[in-house]
Design a protein around this ligand. Structure first.
Ligand code: 0O2
Length: 218
């Protein structure tokens, strides 16, 4: 329990934000705008890709701003200065969008379509579908830079995009509830083995569903 947020507690974190108040709130506003831009990009792609087929590639879209407590904890863990400028420069997942797709192939179609756009720059790609994490976690993560258009200027913002299938989302949501970032003592060898087996089953489900889709030809 060394994380700054834990030491400061919710009240301490709130006090820090109050001190930073105006620039911090401004930065969060810019991230919210960036999330709106990126969400719209995915909604447009979903609309277009649904037009000629019987199904839409996107099941759900969720956006989130990292909580002040999590931002502080990550800043302390990574030795990042607690200034608004430094947080913006060094913490790349303050704004996050999660796209849950029907099939694994949809993940890559959408990621490619997003990255082809003129105002999207790929900064980092982590393909945890091709290379799952040791926990069994699978998803495609992209850190992108994209502009927001303010009344008097354009500002480039960074957004973390997580793309995954329904099956990957079920695994990640339940694992998150059970063990992710919880007491490491929970992760006994037996628990790890069960989670790993669940991850294998979820990967198998994606594979079989993909094959079924190909058979039907949609
Ligand atoms: P939350 O609570 O979901 O917001 P870092 O971002 O530096 O801490 P890393 O490894 O550089 O860690 O980033 P990575 O691998 O891209 O993963 C970041 C996010 O992916 C996490 O966000 C989770 O949402 C998700 N994630 C990664 N690994 C796992 C896992 O094993 N299980 C589950 N359920 N989710 C995972 P946050 O902000 O850490 O957490």
């Amino acid at each position: 329990a060394t994380a700054l947020a834990k030491r400061l507690g919710t009240e301490g974190a709130r006090a820090w934000i109050k001190k930073q108040s105006r620039p911090y709130r401004e930065l969060m506003l810019y991230y919210r705008c960036a999330l709106m831009e990126v969400e719209t990009k995915f909604r447009v792609l979903n609309e277009e890709l649904s037009a000629d087929s019987e199904s839409n590639p996107i099941e759900t879209i969720e956006t989130r701003l990292k909580s002040p407590e999590s931002i502080l904890a990550k800043a302390e863990r990574d030795g990042v200065d607690l200034t608004v400028e430094s947080l913006e420069e060094n913490i790349e997942d303050i704004a996050g969008i999660r796209i849950v797709c029907s099939f694994e192939s949809d993940v890559y179609v959408l990621a490619d379509a997003l990255l082809r756009q003129d105002d999207v720059t790929l900064l980092l790609k982590k393909d945890y579908i091709a290379n799952p994490k040791p926990s069994g976690y699978r998803s495609l993560h992209l850190i992108i830079a994209t502009p927001i258009f303010l009344h008097d200027r354009t500002k480039v913002m960074r957004v973390e995009v997580q793309l995954r299938t329904l099956a990957m989302d079920v695994w990640a949501s339940l694992e998150h509830k059970l063990t992710y970032k919880k007491d490491p003592a929970r992760r006994t060898a037996e628990v790890n083995a069960k989670l790993s087996k669940c991850a294998d089953i979820s990967a198998q489900l994606d594979k079989l569903m993909g094959e079924t889709r190909d058979l039907i030809g949609i």
